[in-house]
Ligand binder design. Structure first.
Ligand code: GAP
Length: 513
């Protein structure tokens, strides 16, 4: 199965089993907005719990807040979002379709890369065992010509983007002879900057209306509360403030399912440090965050850092944690050393001092900040895409299973009476009632036991407890393990321990301390 097929199947599976629905589906949907169904909401809550507790509970110098989505509009001037949170856009005059100019160019580059790969494949077939790929790439004239093309386009594109030269960006699109995929023409408008923030009117009458913005990141709610939290919590530097909440961006190229959405959720933490110590803390947070990801056990090779060479004007170090999604390695989390830019800027715009008095050094200063920022929805996609497997069990039987890490699995166990009679349902309900205060459980008595196992595999339930006639005689049940499909006969009193061992956060948190 190709990665593209896998991705399509995952999207269909997420809908079929109640994880993710298109928003407003009965009205034909709203683009790049999604709703989480009954299992998606559980998985999302578990992801948020894993992040929140790892931040707030395991670090005694990090506290969590929940700031409002609506904020004073000057905040977005101070943060730079009003002036510079833009994407360069271009319209095709014939199809009236709008594109991100840089994405059109990146897609053009991807097509040239495809040509290179096809050439390499041709070489591999032609030269068979004697094929030397490195040498072929260095010497084949078609490959060299296309590599040079990519280098030139990339150089011109980065130059135009960095200097905000929108005419140069349009000229590059024309020079590359890029056509609109809908109309097939090169009838392009000029490139314009488009601000990604959604604006709305606040106030009861038009006269008193005030334009405010839906926040494009949760971080600013932390910065503007920096002194409130520091003073009321008697926090001493270094310390952190964490927050989980919705963010909104009017993404023009919104695609790849829940990877890029217009309404999404972030888990952000700002860590306030002494000026001069920020790079030490940046390295520490890089390490901590990678450990958090890898502790879930979805494959260490699926992660990598992508250190930024070109830094935003306010940052003095930045990296992305990238994950191997079905469409390649892409950012799931950003870690930035943001200097004193945000607090310094809010101090200037609000006219209020945002300084910390350091009793150890006897100095007052604006702290420096290390930020860790991860998207909840991207983390959902990471978990779903890495756990989806189609497994052949025999010649005529296969199962679809979500190998979701048990701590995150939406349903932890299902209790299944073998038959719908002879007192088995009553016994099964009794077991369910004894466990449901500890774990999210399901009860299922419909269809054959095999079908019920398949249904639980498809939603990633790590354990199935089967109640049969022997249970009535000796108080034992069968515990069936999702990943190995092994079954063990145990006393009812042992069920809690077996399940808790796998689904409790304790073991995973112990690795993080
Ligand atoms: N405060 C820093 C900040 O917002 P960012 O790199 O723009 O930085 C951080 O976003 C994280 O938020 C990303 O790594 C990604 O996981 C998530 N994210 C950003 N835009 C998103 C979108 N349109 N849809 C889903 N997740 C998004």
């Amino acid at each position: 199965m190709t990665q593209e097929d896998l991705f399509k199947k995952l999207i269909a599976h997420s809908k079929e089993y109640g994880f993710i629905f298109q928003s407003s589906e009965i009205y034909d949907g709203l683009s790049a907005v999604y709703d989480y169904g009954q299992l998606g909401a559980e998985l999302k809550n578990n992801i948020k719990k894993y992040w929140w507790e790892a931040m707030v509970r395991l670090n005694d110098n990090i506290v969590g807040i929940d700031s409002a989505i609506f904020m004073h509009p000057r905040i977005w001037e101070a943060s730079g979002h009003v002036g510079a949170f833009n994407d360069p856009l271009i319209d095709n005059k014939d199809s009236k379709k709008r594109y991100r100019a840089d994405v059109l160019l990146e897609e053009h580059i991807a097509k040239i890369e495809d040509k290179i790969e096809k050439e390499v494949e041709k070489g591999r077939k032609k030269f068979a065992d004697s094929f030397d790929e490195t040498k072929f790439r260095e010497t084949n004239p078609n490959v060299i010509r296309n590599q040079n093309k990519i280098a030139e386009i990339t150089h011109r594109m980065n130059g135009a983007l960095n200097s905000n030269d929108l005419d140069a960006l349009k000229q590059l699109i024309l020079d590359c002879e890029i056509v609109c995929p809908i109309s097939g023409t090169r009838n392009w408008t000029d490139v314009r900057q488009f601000n990604l923030m959604f604006s709305l009117q606040m106030g009861s009458t038009a006269e008193s209306a005030n334009t405010i913005y839906l926040r494009p990141e949760t971080a600013q709610g932390i910065f503007v509360n920096f002194l409130n939290v520091q003073k009321t919590g008697r926090m001493k530097i270094p310390f952190g403030i964490a927050q989980i909440g919705k963010a909104f961006r009017n993404e023009i190229v919104a695609r790849q399912f829940i990877f890029r959405m217009r309404e999404f959720e972030q888990m952000e933490m700002q860590f306030f440090v002494r000026p001069g110590e920020e790079l030490k803390w940046f390295a520490k947070w890089k390490e901590n965050r990678m450990k958090w990801h890898k502790s879930l056990g979805v494959g260490d090779d699926n992660y990598r850092f992508h250190d930024h060479e070109k830094l935003a004007h306010y940052a003095n170090a930045a990296t992305d944690i990238e994950f191997n999604f079905p469409f390649g390695f892409k950012e799931v989390e950003g870690i930035h050393s943001r200097t004193d830019f945000d607090l310094g800027s809010h101090q200037k715009y609000s006219g209020k001092k945002l300084q910390y008095f350091d009793s150890e050094t006897g100095e007052s200063y604006v702290p420096y900040v290390i930020e860790t920022s991860i998207g909840v929805d991207r983390m959902m996609l990471l978990i779903l895409s890495s756990s989806y497997h189609e497994e052949r069990l025999s010649d005529d039987e296969q199962r679809i299973v979500l190998h979701i890490p048990p701590v995150l699995a939406p349903v932890k166990l299902a209790v299944l009476p073998l038959l719908k009679k002879d007192g088995l349902p009553e016994k099964a309900r009794e077991i369910l009632n004894s466990l449901k205060c500890d774990f999210y459980c399901q009860y299922d008595e419909k269809d054959s036991i095999g079908k019920r196992y398949r249904r639980q595999d498809a939603i990633g339930t790590p354990f199935c407890i089967t109640v049969d006639h022997q249970t009535l005689d000796d108080n034992t049940v069968t515990v069936r393990h999702r990943d190995t499909m092994e079954q063990q006969r145990v006393d009812i009193s042992k069920i809690y321990e077996i399940i808790n061992e796998q689904v409790s956060f304790k073991k995973i948190f112990e690795k993080l301390i």
